[in-house]
Design a protein around this ligand. Structure first.
Ligand SMILES: [Zn+2]
Length: 591
């Protein structure tokens, strides 16, 4: 709930951290005049419309409308609850939160409880693995070439061959069955009661970017099926939103400026252990748009290495189109038949793996090779089939030069005249709208009277203007309902003697994203230079006053018409007098 932590503490935290430093720790920011800008991390875009203001300590995206202060950024980007974001920044700012609030943060949020349960669970499984009874599992891992320190680094664990080992362990810590069920760790028995989801398996905790345990994967130690089972989706774990290992790999990815993408836990762990640290695993057969965007925070270049079997090929092809849509450069490395990254590195070593990465093909050649293996490129029908698979991919390139280049290469490969390929390409519908896991970002034009927006901006820059506006206008004089709410909040805060600056005002707007967006967008209006400011404020006030008068006259005019129609002489007389006063008052002022 808002306001649980005293406002002055929130403000104290905000005044000691720098939003530019916080955001640039997550995404690269570029200077743009007084502000910084970046490709928005919250929606798909090609030109930067995400702005950060060091002066006002806020961010705003002109593409999708996401806005806020440092707390808001952490909540949105790291998917934290409000109190968690406050805790994180308090720590950074070196501010102690009152104990009671911290306690609240713990008991309030289901999300926090689930993280805690997962942490305890991971620890429990890890202990099992290093205990005496874990010896066979440990030997199994060592036998697969996984070193002791790797087991530790990835917090690998063991679920015992028992129905209730985890249940009894966590019940003894007073964790309720209903929470364990929400965490996806236990399952309902048909006759009532519960049992452990993971039994007799090696456990791979799945971490988020902050190294918190999100969920678990579990692998058998023999040839039993299914080879892997995973946590179901929970309030903190949504499949396809994370990349396994990114919490460890992101620095290396930034540094190398490319990421190696593999499919499974062991495909990740083995190369990582052998020194290839710019690597992540998708944990699914195809990469999602959200995963692609997650990677784009660190690099624009990706080398995919999937299994060389058919399933891997298809997964790669589906992923490729997602990368193209995200504007990421993709290459695909192939391993010899029968190998996956895990077995390849174990048998041939990291150096040979690096060679494979170096030899990765660009996606056009890769896809064409697969299609050529499936259809006969010498036959007309074969050409048509290959074209119908290949053209939609070429069409996905937003960059027209790349598109033209691949069209040319493709015509060459098919051995047909280029203009036929170009014509076929024309026939394919322009790309369907972007579909990520998140809401499709629509260009939300705020469509607010610029005068009203400008007044908000100026009020947030100089308290003196608030007084001047308050003396002349009511919140209701602002035609936009959102602006009118903001003005009334600003007036109230002013009355309480509070300092009114955007990043602090935002703390009072929790749960009101529509007006938060208005505040932030107004803040980023072009700067108004010093000597003109007062005059501009007065002009704006006058314009709104005139507008108020105009509306009042219009309203009176309509009432008069109605009174005439109804023959209400008494009312008509009163209205006419009022109208007269209004008009003469205006005439007076205009002199
Ligand atoms: Zn955006």
């Amino acid at each position: 709930m808002p306001g649980r932590i005293p406002e002055n503490i929130l403000e104290d935290i905000l005044s000691r951290v720098d939003i530019v430093e916080i955001i640039s720790g997550s995404i690269p920011l570029r200077r743009a005049g007084r502000n910084f800008k970046a490709l928005c991390p919250f929606h798909h875009e090609k030109t930067a419309s995400f702005m950060v203001s060091p002066d006002r300590q806020i961010y705003h995206c002109f593409g999708c409308g996401k806005s806020g202060n440092a707390f808001g950024f952490l909540m949105e980007y790291e998917r934290l609850e409000f109190l968690e974001a406050v805790e994180a920044l308090a720590k950074k700012a070196g501010i102690m939160l009152p104990e009671a609030e911290k306690q609240d943060a713990k008991t309030v949020s289901l999300v926090t409880q689930l993280y805690k349960i997962n942490e305890l669970t991971a620890f429990f499984y890890a202990q099992n693995l290093i205990s005496a009874q874990g010896a066979p599992a440990r030997n199994y891992l060592l036998g697969r070439g996984i070193k002791e320190e790797t087991i530790k680094l990835f917090k690998l664990g063991l679920a015992q061959d028992k129905w209730d080992a985890l249940i009894s362990h966590l019940r003894a810590k007073n964790i309720s069955l209903s929470l364990l069920e929400k965490a996806g760790l236990i399952l309902n028995k048909e006759g009532g009661g519960y049992y452990d989801r993971f039994r007799n398996r090696i456990i791979f905790p799945i971490f988020d970017i902050k190294s918190r345990e999100l969920a678990f994967g579990a692998r058998v130690m023999d040839n039993a099926l299914p080879k892997y089972i995973n946590s179901p989706e929970t309030p903190i774990y949504i499949k396809g939103r994370n990349l396994y290992g990114l919490h460890l790999a992101r620095e290396a990815i930034k540094e190398a400026d490319y990421a190696v993408v593999v499919e499974g836990y062991l495909d990740f762990i083995m190369p990582y252990q052998e020194g290839i640290n710019n690597i992540v695993a998708s944990l699914g057969t195809a990469l999602t748009a959200e995963q692609a965007r997650l990677l784009k925070r660190y690099t624009q270049n990706i080398v995919m290495i999937y299994d060389s079997d058919k399933a891997g090929e298809l997964a790669t092809l589906r992923s490729l189109d997602i990368f193209i849509e995200e504007g990421i450069n993709v290459k695909v490395a192939s391993l010899p038949q029968g190998f996956d990254p895990d077995s390849f590195v174990r048998k041939n070593g990291a150096a040979a793996f690096k060679v494979k990465i170096k030899e990765a093909q660009n996606l056009f050649d890769y896809k064409l090779n697969i299609l050529k293996a499936r259809h006969n490129i010498k036959e007309p029908e074969g050409k048509a089939r290959i074209a119908s698979d290949m053209l939609p991919t070429i069409k996905k390139f937003k960059n027209l030069i790349l598109r033209a280049e691949y069209t040319r290469k493709f015509a060459e490969a098919l051995n047909v005249a280029e203009h036929y390929v170009a014509e076929e390409l024309q026939k394919i519908k322009e790309d369907r709208p972007y579909t990520g896991l998140n809401e499709p970002p629509s260009k939300k034009a705020l469509n607010i009277n610029p005068t009203e927006k400008l007044l908000i901006k100026l009020m947030l820059e100089e308290a003196e203007f608030i007084n001047r506006i308050k003396d002349n206008l009511e919140p209701a004089d602002f035609q936009d309902e959102r602006i009118s709410r903001i003005v009334s909040i600003i007036f109230d805060l002013m009355k309480d003697g509070q300092e009114i600056v955007p990043h602090k005002l935002i703390n009072h707007l929790k749960g009101q994203d529509d007006i938060l967006q208005v505040v932030c967008e107004s803040t980023f209006l072009p700067e108004v230079s010093g000597q003109d400011r007062e005059k501009i404020v007065d002009d704006c006030i006058q314009r709104l006053k005139n507008e108020r008068l105009r509306l009042k006259r219009q309203h009176l005019h309509e009432e008069i018409k109605t009174a005439q129609l109804l023959g209400d002489e008494e009312k008509l007389g009163r209205l006419m007098q009022e109208f007269h006063l209004l008009v003469t008052a205006k005439a007076q002022k205009d002199k």
